[in-house]
Design a protein around this ligand. Structure first.
Ligand SMILES: Cc1cc2nc3c(=O)[nH]c(=O)nc-3n(C[C@H](O)[C@H](O)[C@H](O)COP(=O)(O)O)c2cc1C
Length: 193
């Protein structure tokens, strides 16, 4: 006989989890043990043919300012930025105690690249889930640097790699209003007859 184990607390957690805008994130961020928990959960994802077509950059401490300044310099070479814009760019990663960049690293093989991207997207969402389960707040964002070749090079990415997103993680005192969620009637088609 099959055994079924329900996890009602997990269901309630998933029903209520939501992202928190970066502007509401503060210190503290996850400690070393918690970070390892997040990274372990993040890399435990569906992955067709076990290619592991992703990797992670942990951006924290002084690394946030250092990388921000490098990316700001790249941006400034391509666009006329006023000093305030340059400062915003340089301080981008300092808006949260911890930022994890999810790098898509497609591998050769029979698995279509689209499927590999999907696996990477699940990595990013698992970071959101693990962070929330530990009591932290987070938001997955993108930006120009995700697809910019010079930015990618500065971050140590290979030519075929790109950034699926940056997940900003921190604490929050803010009880964020939930966004409107989809009406299942608009989104679900039942094929049952
Ligand atoms: C690939 C991807 C990129 C995103 N980029 C941004 C972004 O740059 N800025 C932003 O405000 N939200 C962005 N979002 C949306 C938020 O991460 C998030 O979906 C939204 O805040 C609600 O999420 P929730 O369902 O977890 O509450 C992005 C989402 C995805 C999936």
């Amino acid at each position: 006989m099959s055994q079924r184990t329900a996890h009602p607390q997990v269901i309630e957690f998933l029903q209520n989890r939501r992202s928190v805008l970066i502007k509401h994130l503060t210190e503290p961020g996850p400690n070393e043990d918690e970070l390892n928990t997040i990274l372990t959960i993040a890399t435990r994802v569906p992955d067709h043919r076990k290619l592991e077509p992703w990797r992670l950059l942990v951006i924290r401490g002084e690394g946030r300012a250092q990388l921000g300044q490098k990316l700001a310099a790249i941006r400034a070479k391509k666009h006329d930025l006023i000093p305030q814009q340059l400062e915003i760019e340089a301080n981008n990663f300092k808006r949260a105690p911890l930022v994890i960049a999810v790098v898509s690293s497609p591998q050769d093989g029979n698995t279509p690249v689209e499927e590999q991207t999907c696996s990477g997207a699940v990595v990013a969402q698992h970071i959101n889930l693990a962070a929330a389960a530990l009591g932290y707040a987070s938001q997955w964002v993108t930006g120009w640097s995700c697809l910019d070749k010079d930015a990618q090079k500065t971050m140590g990415l290979a030519d075929h790699e790109w950034i699926i997103g940056y997940v900003y993680i921190g604490s929050t005192d803010d009880e964020p209003a939930d966004r409107a969620r989809p009406d299942l009637n608009d989104k679900v088609t039942y094929i049952d007859s």
